[in-house]
Each structure stands twice: as C-alpha cells, then as structure tokens.
Design a protein around this ligand. Structure first.
Ligand code: IPE
Ligand code: IPE
Ligand code: MG
Length: 272
C-alpha cells in the first residue's frame, strides 16, 4: 500500500452510511450469447452489442453521480469457452482499448483493469497499462474492467502479498492489513451488485467485496439493459434497508452508532 492509497470503511467493521445513490455499482454483464441466439446471430454479435450497452451505462452512471462502476468482462473460467469465441472476445477487448481510451479520458473517466492480463498477451498488457496511466488523474467516474478476473484469484494473490509484506507475522491478521492488498484497493466495497441475464449466482466475481452489497438480479439480457433498466435497479437499491447486522427497530430509532455503547464486544477489528 502506498501512502496515497485511500482507506475505505469496511462493512463488517462499521455501519456504512445510507446513500441516496450507490457510490459503487458492480455488474455481471450476462446474456450476450442468448441475445444473439434469439436473433439467429453469431454469439460475437451479442458481445459487440454488449459494448454499446457499456457505453450507455457508463454515461448513465456519470449522470447519476455514481463514483465507481465495475464491470465483469471476462472471468477466469471463460477460457473454457470455444477457442473461436475466446479469440473474438480478446480481439474485442483489444479494439476497445485501442479505440475508446481517448474518449474515456476526454470524459473525465479513470480506467482501471483488474485480473491477470498476462494470458491475453503483451499488446493488451501494454495498452491497459498506458490507459490506466493516461486516465489516472480523472475524477468523474472510476470505471473498472475485470478481465481474466476471478474472486478466488484475487484472494490468493492478496494472501501471497500479505505473507510477503509481513514476513514475521504468522497469525492475527486484520482486515486493515488484508483489504488493501486486493486488486481493487482504490475503491470502496460495492453498494449495489447487478447481474443481468437471469442467473442468480456470483460466478467467481468479487467475493470478499460483496459481504454487505445489495444483490440485484434481472432477467434482462445485457444488450437490452439500458438507462431505464439502471434507473430501476437504483430505485430498488434505494428502497433496501441496509441493516449491517442490526435490527429494523434499531434503524427506526436512529440508533445507527449504537455499537459504541454495546456492552458485548464488537466483532469490529477481529483478527484471524
Ligand atoms: C456474458 O455473456 C459475456 C461474457 C461472459 C464474456 P454470455 O456470453 O455469457 O451470454 P450468455 O450467458 O451465453 O447468454
Ligand atoms: C460471468 O458470466 C462472467 C462474465 C459476465 C464475464 P458467465 O456467463 O461466464 O457465467 P456462468 O458460467 O453462466 O456462471
Ligand atoms: Mg453467460
């Protein structure tokens, strides 16, 4: 962790503030293949349409004042797909990096890419690094693309860093030591998770981070997901009661900060 790394509140250590709009939205963009299939088009046509949706949703997030948008573009398990589809997805990623970066920059977007990029090849690794450097100082929206990302990969690479960083320590690790070593050390935990395409699973996306995230599942296929669909998800989010372990009655009586007066030892700061 550098001295510039911001420290974000942990949902298991403190009660997060209620928000009028989510600060961080994370999305599993699923359903491109089915969208294409229903139109008798090749699967790649669905992925291409999916890129359009990324543009629309990114613009909508800026308009709504959302600070962080994280998109699952390619999972560590997606290599199991037919070679032809993997190759085309790689090409689409390369094209997006080549063509969209200056536009993102002009729009004040900071781009971050999480995942192990090495298997995509040097060209993509280089472009990704350059794009991150070019947009590093932008503040309107942080757009994170998860590519060859897996939640378990992230946990394991963070554990590797943890033991290297604290060589003398064999136990008693805290969240404060661990969380900044995850790939997304620059963002707060997602407030809202959206999965399009009807499946109700996490598919090895963010695992640590979704501890208290509100999970929203919609049957809409990703290429059909638009600004209105995002508004509906936000409306749903705003109506959630985020209790973070407390009771409704505690929330109603405004006792949000009651853990301080709680005689039972609070689990906050527990070490493993
Ligand atoms: C999501 O759409 C995009 C990626 C996983 C790259 P899918 O390609 O999984 O679409 P469906 O689930 O087959 O419809
Ligand atoms: C999850 O979608 C990964 C991405 C959207 C990138 P999948 O379509 O690969 O998920 P599963 O295999 O159906 O769970
Ligand atoms: Mg799918």
């Amino acid at each position: 962790m550098t001295s510039h790394t911001p420290v974000f509140p942990s949902s298991t250590q403190q009660v997060l503030t209620a928000l009028p709009v989510p600060r961080h939205v994370a999305i599993i963009m699923d359903g491109n293949g089915r969208w294409a299939k229903s139109r008798h088009l090749p699967r790649i046509a669905g992925h291409k349409r999916g890129v359009e949706t990324v543009r629309e949703v990114t613009r909508a997030c800026i308009d709504l004042g959302i600070e962080f948008l994280t998109l699952f573009a390619f999972s560590s398990e997606n290599w199991r797909r037919p070679q032809e589809e993997v190759t085309m997805l790689r090409q689409l990623f390369l094209m997006a990096l080549e063509q969209e970066i200056s536009k993102l920059d002009r729009n004040g977007i900071r781009l971050k890419i999480i995942g192990d990029l090495a298997p995509f090849g040097e060209r993509i690794e280089e472009l990704a690094l350059r794009a991150e450097e070019l947009t590093a100082r932008n503040t309107r929206l942080t757009l994170t693309v998860a590519a060859n990302y897996g939640g378990r990969w992230d946990l394991l690479q963070a554990i590797g860093k943890l033991v290297r960083k604290y060589p003398g320590q064999t136990g008693g690790f805290s969240e404060e030591q661990f969380a900044p070593l995850l790939a997304m050390d620059y963002a707060p935990e997602p407030d809202l998770f959206i999965r399009t395409g009807g499946e109700q699973r996490i598919s090895n996306f963010l695992l640590w981070h979704v501890a208290y995230t509100e999970l929203y599942f919609t049957p809409k296929l990703w290429p059909d997901f638009d600004r209105k669909a995002l508004d509906e998800a936000i409306e749903w989010f705003v109506a959630r009661e985020r209790r973070f372990g407390r009771t409704s009655e505690q929330l109603e009586s405004g006792g949000a900060e009651n853990s301080k007066s709680d005689p039972a030892p609070a689990p906050a700061g527990r070490r493993i």
